[in-house]
Design a binder for this molecule. Structure first.
Ligand code: GLU
Length: 465
C-alpha cells in the first residue's frame, strides 16, 4: 500500500483523574475495580476517542449501552422440576444500523461482560463497515450439563422473555460461545411463531443469523470467523516478516473459531504446534492435524485425551506423528510465530503475556488480552492484532445472511468468501493507515478506524432532540 499519511496535530492533553483514571468514569459512576472487563474495554475506547478528539457528547453515549435487558424465566427440566434461569440482552448502540451480536450460554455470563461484548460488536461492525450496531446476550447456564431437549426449552423460553426487545430490523442475535446453528433454528422458529402476524412468519426468521442453511442460513457462515482470522493474517503477516506457509502457531480454544482457523491455516501450509482448552493442552512440534483434532473435540468435548486417540488411530499422520500432553505454562512457552487465543475473555494477563514465546498474538476470541497483558506484550515487542479486526468475519457473514434473507437469495460459497475477504482486507488496511497516522498500537488504531465512521454518523445525524 503506498498512501502517504500526515500525522494530525496532537489533541490538547487531557486532565486525568487520580491514577490516570478517565474523568468520564467518575462522571458516569463507573467501578474502580481494575479487573472489571467493562472498565477495561471502555478504557481502550476512550483512549482512541481522545486521540481523534471525539466530542464529549459522543464519548458519553458510547461509554454506556443504550439498553440493558435482564430477564428471569422458569424452565421444566428433564427430571420434572423447574429451574429459574437468568438471561441478558444488552443493546449498546444502533446509530449505524440494527443492534447485532451473539447469544452465549455459559455459567460465567455476567452483566458487565455482556456489556463489554456488546460494545465490541459496535466497533467490530463499524470497522468492517457493515450497517449494524452492537448488541450481545447470554444465558447463565451450563449447556454441557443439560440435555438437548433442555437446551431447546431454555432457548425457546428465553426468546419468549425477550421477544418484544428484538426484531429482524431492530436487534438480530447470532451464535456465540456454546451456541450454534441448531439453537438459532429454535430461536428463529420461536420468534416467528410469536410474530404479530402469521403472514410475516417467514420474514421473521431474519431475527437471527447463523441459522442452518435449510432455514435461510448462509453458506460459509459456520467457518466465517476462522476464515476472517486467516484473511487478516494473510493480509498483515508478510509486513511482519512472517509467511503463512510453514508458519508455526498455537491456538487457545478449539471450538468454532479455533478449529476453523486451524483447519483453514492447515490447508495453507501453516503448522499448528500447540493447542490448549478447558480440558488440557497438547503439543507436537512437527504439527497437529487440525482436522483429526476437530473430530476428536466433537466426540470428546475438548482437546484433552487427543494424545491417546492419535496413537490408536494414526490420525494426524499428514502433519506429525502424535501429540504430547503438556502443562498450561508449557503451552504458553511453546515457541511459535503466532498465538491465536480463540476461547474466552481475559485469558492473557500479565503472567501469560510474560510466558508467551511468539511474535504476534491474533485475537480470535473477544477481549482475550487484558490491558496489563497488553502492556507486557508491548514491552516485549509482541504485536497484537485486536479482536475487533481479527474476529469480525463471523458478523460480516451474518450480514451477508441477513441481506440474502431480505432479498430471498442464496449466494454460493465462493461469493461469500470473496466478499468476506474484501471486508476483512479493507478493515486491515484502515487499521494500518490509522496506526501510521496516529503512531499508536494496532488495537488503538482499529478502534480509531471504527470510531472515525461512528463519529461521522453522529456528526450528520445529530443527537435528538
Ligand atoms: N458472536 C459472534 C461475534 O462475537 C458473531 C456475531 C454475529 O454474527 O452477529 O462476533
Amino acid at each position: 500500500m503506498s498512501r502517504t499519511v500526515t500525522k494530525p496535530s496532537a489533541p490538547a492533553p487531557k486532565q486525568m483523574g487520580p491514577k490516570g483514571r478517565d474523568p468520564i468514569f467518575d462522571e458516569l459512576g463507573f467501578t474502580t475495580d481494575p479487573d472489571n472487563l467493562y472498565l477495561q474495554t471502555v478504557g481502550v475506547m476512550l483512549h482512541a476517542a481522545d486521540l481523534i478528539g471525539l466530542p464529549h457528547r459522543v464519548k458519553i453515549i458510547l461509554t454506556q449501552p443504550q439498553s440493558e435487558i435482564m430477564v428471569h424465566f422458569p424452565v421444566k427440566m428433564d427430571d420434572g422440576h423447574h429451574r429459574l434461569f437468568k438471561g441478558y440482552r444488552v443493546q449498546h448502540n444502533n446509530a449505524i444500523g440494527p443492534y447485532k451480536g451473539g447469544i452465549r450460554y455459559h455459567p460465567d455470563v455476567h452483566l458487565d461482560d455482556v456489556k463489554s461484548l456488546a460494545l465490541l460488536m459496535t466497533f467490530k461492525c463499524s470497522l468492517v463497515r457493515i450497517p449494524f450496531g452492537g448488541g450481545k446476550g447470554g444465558i447463565k447456564c451450563d449447556p454441557r450439563a443439560m440435555s438437548q431437549e433442555e437446551v431447546m426449552r431454555v432457548t425457546r423460553r428465553f426468546v419468549s422473555a425477550i421477544y418484544h426487545y428484538i426484531g429482524p430490523d431492530y436487534d438480530i442475535p447470532a451464535p456465540d460461545v456454546n451456541t450454534n446453528a441448531q439453537i438459532m433454528a429454535w430461536f428463529a422458529d420461536t420468534y416467528s411463531s410469536l410474530a404479530e402476524s402469521n403472514k410475516n412468519s417467514w420474514d421473521a426468521m431474519r431475527v437471527v443469523t447463523g441459522k442452518p442453511v435449510e432455514v435461510g442460513g448462509s453458506l460459509g457462515r459456520e467457518k466465517a470467523t476462522g476464515q476472517g482470522v486467516v484473511d487478516v493474517l494473510v493480509e498483515m503477516l508478510p509486513a511482519m516478516g512472517i509467511t503463512i506457509e510453514g508458519m508455526k502457531y498455537s491456538v487457545i480454544g478449539f471450538g468454532n473459531v479455533g478449529s476453523w482457523t486451524g483447519r483453514i491455516l492447515q490447508k495453507l501450509g501453516a503448522r499448528c504446534v500447540a493447542v490448549m482448552d478447558h480440558t488440557g493442552s497438547i503439543r507436537n512440534d512437527s504439527g497437529i492435524d487440525c482436522e483429526a483434532l476437530a473430530q476428536h473435540v466433537a466426540k470428546a468435548g475438548g482437546v484433552g485425551g487427543f494424545e491417546k486417540v492419535k496413537a490408536a488411530t494414526g490420525a494426524g499422520k499428514k502433519n506429525g506423528s502424535g501429540a504430547t500432553a503438556i502443562s498450561t505454562e508449557e503451552f504458553y512457552k511453546t515457541a511459535v510465530d503466532v498465538c491465536i487465543p480463540a476461547a474466552l475473555e481475559q485469558m492473557i494477563k500479565e503472567k501469560e503475556a510474560s510466558w508467551l514465546n511468539c511474535k504476534v498474538v491474533a485475537e480470535g476470541a473477544n477481549a482475550p488480552t487484558t490491558p496489563a497483558g497488553d502492556r507486557v506484550l508491548a514491552k516485549r515487542g509482541i504485536e497484537v492484532l485486536p479482536a475487533i479486526l481479527c474476529n469480525a468475519g463471523g458478523v460480516t457473514v451474518s450480514y451477508f445472511e441477513w441481506i440474502q434473507n431480505k432479498a430471498c437469495e442464496s449466494w454460493d460459497v465462493e461469493r461469500v468468501d470473496k466478499e468476506l475477504n474484501r471486508h476483512m482486507v479493507m478493515a486491515a488496511r484502515r487499521t494500518i493507515l490509522a496506526r501510521q497516522k496516529y503512531e499508536c498500537d494496532t488495537r488503538t488504531a482499529a478502534y480509531i478506524a471504527a470510531l472515525d465512521n461512528i463519529a461521522k454518523v453522529y456528526a450528520v445525524r445529530g443527537i435528538f432532540p
